[in-house]
Design a protein around this ligand. Structure first.
Ligand code: GLU
Length: 310
């Protein structure tokens, strides 16, 4: 990262937000979960926290929104901690799928394992591994600690809205059961998966989670080790290769910041050993990534020299 003073960094953040705003009219909020369709597409916020604890914010940084697929990173981390690497990767792969996040085609035709833990099939399978070891209350507690945010709650309205429109995820879950990949109760996995997607966070919660991953698992806020360095390394690597749906390769080349996105408009971005970035921008591009968020990250990567391989 470039060595700049606080004012210079704040200015770059403001400029990045303005660049992002320009593309919002080209995006759309997700509507397949009806509650997400009621959100204002013009919301846009960012938080960036450095390893030394400096925090920079801009725009709607403290607006709460549902974490959606970004929670797949938390579930993967917990599964790795509680079940171990072997158990996780004998159930789910680590390869990009090249398919949409809610696809079941490749799982049905080509594989007896979901491609990776960042797509729905993989994440639902990961939840089934967690279920014998941790309840939703445990997962909520883990999420609050990883995100350094005691204010995280279950957004019941979004949860109910998604559960009422969950035919596709149920189809995925039953396909997983038919292949003996899910060995616990299918409904339990669906419920835990959907609850994890419905956690309400801010861009600051995501920046804190990203920083925890960036520094290798010791909470910068409390000094407590919350995750092993191995878990952090696996999660970051899978974010780089699979975190931006079927746009992950292009994003890795152009921006080079391991990132996980969610259809609620959240982005969790890790600048390894340096900083955590959280973004909220609910207008999405055709692949389901925050359209303004991607522009912001590209701007920051260029201006602050953040590309992993720069
Ligand atoms: N809860 C959403 C779903 O399963 C999450 C999708 C996403 O953010 O990619 O459809």
């Amino acid at each position: 990262m470039k060595n700049l003073n606080k004012n210079e960094i704040s200015k770059i953040l403001e400029n990045a937000l303005e660049e992002g705003r320009k593309v919002i009219p080209n995006g759309h909020v997700a509507t397949y979960i009806p509650q997400l369709g009621t959100v204002d597409p013009n919301l846009l916020g960012i938080t960036m926290i450095t390893k030394d604890g400096e925090m920079f914010t801009a725009g709607d940084w403290d607006t709460r929104f549902t974490i959606q697929s970004v929670s797949k990173t938390i579930s993967l981390a917990v599964a790795l901690e509680l079940c171990g690497r072997e158990a996780v990767f004998s159930t789910v792969g680590m390869e990009p799928s090249g398919e949409a996040f809610n696809s079941l085609v490749e799982l049905d035709l080509n594989s007896n394992k979901p491609y990776n833990p960042m797509i729905n099939s993989g994440a639902i399978a990961v939840e089934s591994l967690i279920i014998p070891k941790a309840s939703f209350s445990d997962m909520l507690l883990f999420s609050k600690r990883f995100c350094n945010d005691p204010g995280i709650t279950l957004d019941e309205v979004t949860y109910n809205s998604e559960m009422a429109h969950s035919a596709r995820n149920r189809a995925i879950a039953y396909l997983l059961q038919s292949k003996d990949i899910i060995k616990t109760d299918v409904d339990d996995s669906m419920v835990l998966y959907t609850r994890m997607c419905s956690l309400s966070v801010t861009s600051k919660s995501l920046a804190s989670l990203a920083l925890l991953l960036a520094v290798g698992g010791v909470s910068p806020a409390t000094g407590e080790r919350l995750l092993s360095t191995e878990t952090c390394s696996i999660v970051k690597t899978i974010m780089l290769t699979c975190g931006m749906y079927d746009g992950s390769g292009e994003f890795a080349v152009n921006v080079g910041i391991p990132t996980k996105s969610g259809v609620g408009g959240g982005l969790l971005s890790v600048v390894d050993k340096e900083l955590g970035i959280g973004i909220y921008g609910p207008a999405l591009d055709a692949k389901g990534n925050s359209i303004a968020g991607k522009v912001i990250l590209k701007y920051l990567a260029d201006e602050l020299d953040l590309h992993l391989f720069s």
